[in-house]
Design a protein around this ligand. Structure first.
Ligand SMILES: Nc1ncnc2c1ncn2[C@@H]1O[C@H](COP(=O)(O)OP(=O)(O)OP(=O)(O)O)[C@@H](O)[C@H]1O
Ligand SMILES: [Mg+2]
Length: 469
C-alpha cells in the first residue's frame, strides 16, 4: 500500500480491513480475488481506496462489473460508497471518508474552455466538462421545480458562447422566451407540439443537406469534426453543430401520440442520423417511459436525473440514475448523472440569457481582436502564420494552431487568389464591428476564482453502466 504521511492512521486501518475482506467476498461468488494494486489516497478532502483488478489473470470480466456485484460489495463493506471505474482496466473505488457537501447554488463559470461544455460540479468538487462531441444525445428528467430548465439554459448559454446553433421547443414559453430572434436560432422557437414536429422535420432536412455536403468531400468524413477539417483545407465554410432542445417533452410527446406517434418516430430518426452531422438533441422531461418516448430511448447516451417522484424510482434506476427519488425537495439543481454520480448543476437565471445576442461577440479574445484589426488595416484582411507570429508574438506552433482554430470557427478562409494565405471572413468582420458598436451586457458575472480541476469524459471514472434501453 502506498504511504502518504498526511493520511489519518484510522483510514490505513480501515483500508487494511477492507483489503482483508476482499478475497472472501469474491471467493463466495466464485470469482477470483486478484488485484494488481491497492492504493489509498487523499484528494479534495476525501480519502479513497482504489482496488485495481488484474484483468489479465481474471479472464472473463463481465461478472466483475455487474451492478449487483458492486451493490453487494457496498453492503459487505458496511454501506460505504463503492463505484466502478472501467474506463481503463477495472477498478473499485471505495470512499472511506464522508462525501463533501456540494454547494446549493453554483454559477456557470465563465472560463470553460472553448469547444467544451460543462454540466455541473461533481461530488468531489471537480467540474464535469466535456467536448461537445461527447455530449451526444442527452436526457434530463426530474419532477416539476427540480432544475431541468435551469440546466437547459446553462447549456444553451454555453452553446451561444461557442457559436453553436440552437433549435428550441418551449411549449410553456418560460424557459427560452428571452432567446426569440437570437441570431443563433436554427428556426423560430416552437411553442406548440405541431411546431415542435416541424422543427424536428427541419433538423432532419438539415441532415439530408449535410449528407450531400459530406458526399462532396473526397475523404468520406464520418463526423462533423472530420468534415470541417477537410472543408477548411478545401477553402469551404465549416459547419456548426446544432443542439436541438426540447423542454417539457413528455407533454409534447403525449400530445403527439406518445411513443408510437410521428414525433417520437422523427426524434428517434434524428437521434441516429444526427450524430454523424453534429446535430444533438437534449430532452427535458418529467417522465421517460417506453410508452411515452418509444424508440427515442435507444438514442440517448447520457442521462441526468434531478429529483423524481417516488413512483419514478424504477425509471431513474433504468436510466442509470439510481436514487434520484431520494434527492430532497429543497435541493433544486442537485442531480444524479449516470456516468459521474451526484452533481450540482449551474443555476442560470433567465436574466442571464437576456442580451446573450451579444455574448457571442465575447468569443474574440484581446489577441484575436488586435490581430484581426491589424490584418484589416494593413493587409486587406489577410492573416498568414508569419503575420500572426510577428504581430501576436507567438511561436510558430501557436500561430499554426491559432490559424487552424480560426479557420474551423469560420473566421478565416483560404484566399482563392493567393497561394496559401488565409483571409478574414465576413463572420470575423461582423464579430469585430459588433464588438465595437454593442454595449457589453450589464448582467455579466465575473468568474469565481478557480483552481479546480476539471473532469473529462474520455479519461473518466465510470460510476454506472452506460445507459441501455
Ligand atoms: N442549479 C440550480 N441551483 C440552484 N437552484 C436551482 C437550480 N436550478 C433550479 N433552481 C431553483 O429551482 C427553481 C425551479 O427550477 P426549474 O424551473 O429549472 O425547474 P424545472 O425542473 O424546469 O420545473 P418545471 O418542470 O416546473 O418546468 C428555480 O426557479 C430555482 O429557484
Ligand atoms: Mg421547466
Amino acid at each position: 500500500m502506498m504511504e502518504q504521511p498526511q493520511i489519518n492512521r484510522r483510514y490505513f486501518l480501515e483500508a487494511e480491513q477492507i483489503a482483508s475482506r476482499l478475497p472472501a467476498f469474491f471467493e463466495r461468488r466464485n470469482l477470483k480475488s486478484l488485484f494488481t494494486n491497492l492504493f489509498l489516497f487523499q484528494d479534495l478532502g476525501m480519502t479513497i481506496l482504489i482496488a485495481v483488478l488484474d484483468t489479465v489473470r481474471i479472464g472473463d470480466h463481465s461478472q466483475y462489473i455487474q451492478d449487483d456485484l458492486i451493490h453487494q460489495l457496498k453492503t459487505d463493506l458496511g454501506g460505504r460508497p463503492v463505484y466502478l471505474s472501467n474506463s481503463t482496466g477495472i477498478r473499485y473505488v471505495i470512499l472511506l471518508s464522508a462525501l463533501p457537501k456540494l454547494p446549493r447554488s453554483i454559477e456557470l463559470p465563465r472560463d470553460i474552455p472553448n469547444g467544451m461544455v460543462s454540466l455541473g460540479m461533481r461530488f468531489d468538487g471537480q467540474l464535469i466538462n466535456m467536448p461537445w462531441s461527447k455530449l451526444g444525445h442527452l436526457l434530463i428528467v426530474g419532477m416539476t421545480g427540480s432544475g431541468k430548465s435551469s440546466l437547459l439554459r446553462s447549456i444553451a448559454l454555453q452553446a451561444i458562447r461557442n457559436g453553436i446553433q440552437l433549435a428550441l421547443a418551449d411549449i410553456d414559453q418560460t424557459t427560452f422566451a428571452m432567446l426569440e430572434g437570437h441570431p443563433l436560432l436554427f428556426g423560430s422557437i416552437a411553442t406548440s407540439p405541431q411546431e415542435a414536429l416541424d422543427l424536428i422535420r427541419k433538423a432532419l432536412g438539415e441532415c439530408d443537406h449535410r449528407a450531400a455536403m459530406y458526399k462532396s468531400m473526397p475523404d468520406y468524413p464520418e463526423n462533423i469534426d472530420e468534415y470541417n477539417t477537410l472543408a477548411v483545407k478545401a477553402g469551404k465554410e465549416p459547419l456548426t453543430r446544432i443542439i436541438v432542445m426540447l423542454d417539457e417533452s413528455s407533454s409534447v410527446l403525449k400530445a403527439m401520440g406518445g411513443g408510437s406517434g410521428e414525433l417520437a418516430g422523427k426524434l428517434a430518426e434524428l437521434g441516429w442520423r444526427g450524430r454523424k452531422f453534429g446535430i444533438h438533441f437534449i430532452f427535458g422531461a418529467q417522465e421517460f417511459t417506453k410508452d411515452l418516448v418509444g424508440a427515442v430511448r435507444e438514442q440517448v447516451n447520457m442521462a441526468i436525473a434531478f429529483r423524481v417522484k417516488p413512483t419514478s424510482a424504477q425509471m431513474a434506476k433504468a436510466i442509470g440514475c439510481t436514487n434520484a427519488h431520494r434527492i430532497p425537495a429543497n435541493r433544486p439543481g442537485f442531480a444524479i448523472i449516470d456516468r459521474f454520480g451526484p452533481m450540482q448543476s449551474y443555476f442560470v437565471p433567465k436574466t442571464l440569457l437576456i442580451g446573450s445576442g451579444s455574448i457571442i461577440h465575447e468569443a474574440l479574445t484581446e489577441l484575436e481582436r488586435n490581430l484581426f484589426l491589424r490584418a484589416i488595416e494593413s493587409s486587406q484582411g489577410r492573416l498568414s502564420q508569419s503575420r500572426i507570429i510577428e504581430w501576436g508574438q507567438t511561436s510558430q506552433i501557436q500561430a499554426r494552431k491559432l490559424q487552424e482554430s480560426w479557420a474551423l470557427r469560420g473566421w478565416l478562409s483560404k484566399d482563392g487568389r493567393k497561394d496559401n494565405s488565409f483571409s478574414l471572413t465576413a463572420k470575423a468582420r461582423d464579430l469585430l464591428t459588433n464588438r465595437q458598436t454593442q454595449q457589453t451586457p450589464t448582467n455579466r458575472h465575473e468568474p469565481p476564482p478557480t483552481d479546480r480541476q476539471t473532469v473529462q469524459t474520455d479519461r473518466q471514472t465510470t460510476f454506472n453502466r452506460p445507459l441501455t434501453a
